[in-house]
Ligand binder design. Structure first.
Ligand code: GAP
Length: 453
């Protein structure tokens, strides 16, 4: 059976990710570990650019948000109070024929009969809850008293540190606490490449407010987050804000949106924006016996703040960036014949490498020396890559394929051999349009900085 164009596109993306060093299978030489991934040299740069930009927009650019970095292991009591120990589960079904373990929503139903999507078998167990938290033991004894879990979300450390952060930051409501960090879920069926993983990163903001501000702030944060995605190069047409209906929403939430992206495997959630009322802080206040109240100096009232939470996945957003950027077009080869060009059209802000620098010929010492001077000039300001091997067109293609937005070529004109007026100028090529312009080396850093930000 032939694969659909979307499935073929996804296969090409996965293969490019491995071939060019964005993402590798974890523990690959031992056969891998399902649901775990390693980011290679380019993937880690892309991921860092995303996290740094999120932090910049959500923390540094705002007066009403501060950051924190909590531990992954926490007291088990946190997970009891938050409800995760009792209810953080997916319904699981076993196929008695092929022994597959399935999430209940993956079971297919034909003419009212439930079937295994793997083998077509009809002998399936009834759904039962499967807790998604990874259990572990703290210290040398492996008993009930030493049990805890790898955190399944970063949010809880923000809630339990609410009072400490409030005191040291001296913020007034509404204000937020932001965190980026690892989270772990023992997903029954990890799938769609990095989309559903067992180890992943989240970028979460808990924005504390008064009850009467909750619904308004929910809409405010939805708009802010949609803007964020557009500012990292995701087109508005590929984003969708889904209003989560009452029956799907957590009982304590008064409103939730899912921001979805049009992946090659369908519309899927990138981020949840939820108005969680005062549920989390109240749960921890009741369970710990410690006050998590806010004192309003103007009204002299004491109350538990409400919270609006935009919670985004780093890995899902990286995958969306790659899917969005992936494109094929036509460009002339060395002989002027058209060939397929594979290009990642990353927003320059997100691109792992911002500029390639190429001496026209590698065996002409003055060209090489000048190119290396340019590398030294640009390196303090942006990520650069030096490449002297192969025809210049090939070198451009290699950079196109990893999404480098700019290329600088040092040629004989740079050396002033043809026209003294062109001495110390270079060719600056733009990835998407492939247009070239002549610019002075002295202006390069400023021109590139203005086009990247
Ligand atoms: N604190 C709220 C919370 O954790 P969530 O909707 O369960 O909410 C938030 O997770 C985001 O974390 C998701 O929108 C998604 O981007 C990311 N995420 C959740 N589970 C994931 C998984 N198994 N693999 C990759 N990303 C995941």
């Amino acid at each position: 059976m032939s694969r659909s164009p979307d499935a073929q596109r996804m296969e090409k993306i996965v293969s490019l990710c491995k071939r060019r060093g964005f993402v590798f299978q974890s523990s690959e030489i031992y056969g891998g570990l399902n649901g775990c991934w390693d980011y290679g040299p380019l993937g880690v740069e892309l991921k860092r650019n995303l996290k740094n930009y999120w932090w910049h927009v959500m923390v540094h650019e705002r007066d009403d948000v501060v950051g924190m970095d909590g531990s992954i292991l926490m007291n088990r009591a946190v997970w009891k109070a938050s409800g995760h120990e009792d209810t953080f589960s997916d319904p699981m079904v076993d196929c008695r024929s092929c022994k597959a373990r399935l999430r209940a929503d993956q079971v297919i139903e034909r003419k009212g009969v439930r079937q295994c999507p793997n083998c077509g078998g009809k002998d399936l167990t009834e759904p039962r809850p499967f807790n998604l938290m990874f259990k572990t033991y703290v210290g040398a004894t492996e008993g009930e008293s030493s049990v805890t879990y790898l955190r399944p979300e970063t949010a809880q450390s923000i809630f339990v540190q609410f009072k400490n952060v409030l005191e040291v930051s001296r913020k007034k409501l509404p204000f937020g606490i932001a965190q980026i960090g690892k989270a772990f879920r023992n997903e029954i069926n990890p799938r769609n490449f990095t989309f559903r993983s067992r180890e992943f990163e989240q970028m979460e903001l808990e924005y504390f407010c008064r009850a009467e501000e909750g619904m308004k702030l929910l809409d405010y944060w939805l708009e802010e987050r949609l803007k964020f995605y557009q500012n990292i190069g995701i087109s508005r047409e590929k984003l969708h804000a889904r209003t989560v209906p009452d029956e799907e929403r957590a009982f304590y939430s008064k409103g939730t949106y899912d921001i979805e992206y049009d992946f090659p495997f369908g519309w899927q959630e990138l981020e949840g924006v939820a108005y969680r009322t005062d549920y989390d802080l109240s749960q921890h206040q009741n369970a710990s016996g410690k006050s998590l109240e806010y004192f309003d100096e103007e009204t002299k009232q004491r109350f538990v703040p409400h919270v609006v939470e935009p919670s985004a996945g780093v890995d899902r957003t990286v995958l969306a960036l790659i899917c969005e950027a992936y494109s094929e077009d036509e460009a002339p080869d060395e002989k002027g014949e058209m060939e397929t060009r594979l290009v990642l059209r990353f927003h320059p802000r997100m691109a792992p490498i911002k500029c390639g620098v190429f001496p026209l010929l590698k065996n002409k010492e003055p060209l090489v020396a000048k190119a290396k001077e340019i590398i030294d000039l640009l390196r303090p300001h942006l990520t650069v890559f030096y490449d002297e091997s192969g025809a210049i067109g090939r070198r451009y293609r290699r950079q196109d394929e990893i999404g480098t937005p700019f290329g600088v070529t040092v040629d004989f004109e740079t050396l002033g051999e043809k026209d003294a007026a062109l001495c110390d100028t270079v060719t600056l090529r733009e990835r998407d349009s492939m247009k070239q312009e002549r610019v002075a080396i002295n202006d390069l850093a400023a021109i590139l900085a203005s086009r990247i930000s």
